[in-house]
Design a protein around this ligand. Sequence first.
Ligand code: IPM
Ligand code: MG
Length: 363
Amino acid sequence: MEKNIAVIRGDGIGPEIVDEALKVLDKIGELYGHKFVCTDVDMGGCSIDKWGSPLTEEMLKKCVESDSVLLGAVGGDKWNHLPVDKRPEKGLLNLRAGMGVYSNNRPAKIWSQLADASPLKKSIVDKGIDFIIVRELIGGIYFGEHSTADDGNIKFSEDIMRYNENEIERIGRIGFETARKRRKQLCSVEKSNVLDCSRLWKNVMHRLAGEYPDVKLTDMLVDNCAMQIVKNPAQFDVIVTENMFGDILSDEASMITGSIGMIPSSSLGNTQCGLYEPIHGSAPDIAGKDIANPIGTILSAAMMLRYSFDMEKEADCIENAVDGVLDGGYRTSDIMPDGGEGLKQVGCSEMGSLITKYLKRND
Ligand code: IPM
Ligand code: MG
């Protein structure tokens, strides 16, 4: 099969981690006879420096016309002084909106080899951590109007959160469908004791529940959810929530699995063309030092194969290789426990090479 991939290296550690994912994809192509044709796309701070905008129309077009997009990370101190709509992150938001990828899937699953890296007590981790956050990605407060003004007396700011029923329904359906393929428990997370958007959210979820009688729907307030994720993560199967709550809860969920560096994500809309990115940021403090963890990006590439290219076996092959490398005792610094007896610390590029070496066709 031949597939066109738009590749966004971005800023900070983005280029390093994406290079490792491309190493892995190259080898998959070799093993399974596929051709992955990569087109470089500028986005984020590097695009601001080069083109004066975090994402140009031309670059967005390349992404929309590709078979899928693989992204590292964007942002950094250098561009922090810019107004919100000129910042590197705005490129990412415009990309998500421009591709129409409203459904962001962020798995929180603990790898057994990394149980020691979780900050939670062993008794909690041992009950199992395996859930998915389905985050609405192109609506809500991220995409409402933002403004700051001064009435002569005092400065004030406003960020509008708005959702319509259709936006809620389409992500709600993804939540139910995702739960249906798993343990059939869907937890809808909102703040209906305060927000109108959340009350609408809850109503729509309950209306949809009638169409999915096999799925058990529960509601949870977002503050309680933040608490439950550390208290008893085993209770969750699929969480469905709006954009900003999903942003916050997915960082929390990733941490309890050991490291945010391990978590991939997929973002899909109504077509096969998806956006695949690790959920961590550009980590400028460790950029260029060859110490970043490329696994979140490598697993994002695996998700791309599975969800956009229907390459199940190839995706399994990557996940098995990651498992093998972790079994082999190799760790980047973020997943290296204190002491770490018998484990070997490796850098970003060595981790990518090891995973590539462990790729084996098993069919
Ligand atoms: C994420 C990130 C982004 C978000 C930032 C970089 C805009 O935190 O993907 O979780 O808030 O969506
Ligand atoms: Mg985030």
